[in-house]
Design a protein around this ligand. Structure first.
Ligand code: ZN
Length: 267
């Protein structure tokens, strides 16, 4: 079960039960406890938003220490709101960890079966979705904003993970981190129509002020369609726009930092 823990002065949402059960670490960070100055205060983990490179590196080292995965064993992608899934192993270790240029190109989801490797996605309103195959044989980190959800990044990542692990989608565990929730995601009519057509009317919330989108519900409905079991899904239930502890692209007017979702096999 997801719970918030304090580690080395950082607040991390993790699943200690999962770690005990199958040796997998899942973790979602927030914006508190880092070294950054406004508008990136303070635990910004992205090199790609205009923050000081040295400060971001310092923040990443802090998180690496708290999670027990050295930065040299992280792998991150160049996220483009697309459907690119990269399968990575020890050859890709450190790609995107110390700089942006070496990150896996055109990658919104990372899959690995390699022990001791941490894959992550950077977000500030988009859904960070982590997936874990039975017995921790394989894991995936997915960056799913509304474009990625509409284009099907989460199902693509699920199928890649299940294929690699040789398991059924029904046995995959799914963890959804803090993101913009339906309380705050006003959308225009054309986007609402598009999402209702793809994912059903249930992903829309209609109110006097207009239509709001339940992005998590849309994303999960696509996974349920492939056989994922609702009982294997857990959400942090936190809204990045409402929650001051998070970076929010929408609330902060576009210039802000990124928190992260990470998953790695420890054993
Ligand atoms: Zn909200």
């Amino acid at each position: 079960m997801l719970q918030t823990t304090r580690r080395d002065g950082l607040s991390i949402i993790s699943a200690p039960g999962l770690q005990a059960e199958c040796g997998v670490t899942v973790a979602f960070t927030d914006r508190v406890g880092g070294a950054g100055a406004p508008p990136f205060e303070s635990l910004n983990l992205s090199f790609n938003v205009g923050d000081d490179h040295t400060v971001v590196l310092e923040n990443r080292l802090e998180v690496a220490g708290a999670l027990g995965f050295p930065l040299a064993r992280w792998v991150l992608g160049r996220q483009v709101h697309g459907v690119g899934v990269s399968s990575v192993g020890s050859l890709e270790a450190a790609r995107g960890a110390f700089d942006q240029a070496s990150a896996m190109p055109g990658t919104d989801a990372l899959v690995t079966a390699e022990e001791g490797l941490l894959v992550g996605v950077l977000v500030a309103d988009c859904l960070p979705v982590l997936m874990v195959a039975p017995a921790g044989r394989c894991v995936a980190a997915v960056h799913a904003g509304w474009r990625g959800v509409a284009r099907g990044i989460a199902p693509r990542a699920l199928l890649a993970l299940a294929g690699r692990a040789g398991c059924r989608p029904a046995d995959v565990r799914v963890f959804v981190g803090p993101h913009i929730r339906s309380c705050c995601m006003q959308v225009d009519d054309s986007l609402a129509v598009e999402f209702a057509r793809r994912f059903g009317e249930g992903c829309l919330v209609r109110g006097e002020a207009g239509v709001r989108l339940d992005l998590e519900r849309a994303c999960l409905s696509a996974l349920y369609g492939l056989g994922v079991d609702e009982d294997n899904v857990e959400s942090a239930g936190e809204c990045t726009v409402c929650g001051e502890a998070y970076f929010s692209h929408r609330r902060d007017g576009g210039t802000t930092g990124r928190q992260a979702g990470f998953v790695g096999i420890v054993r």
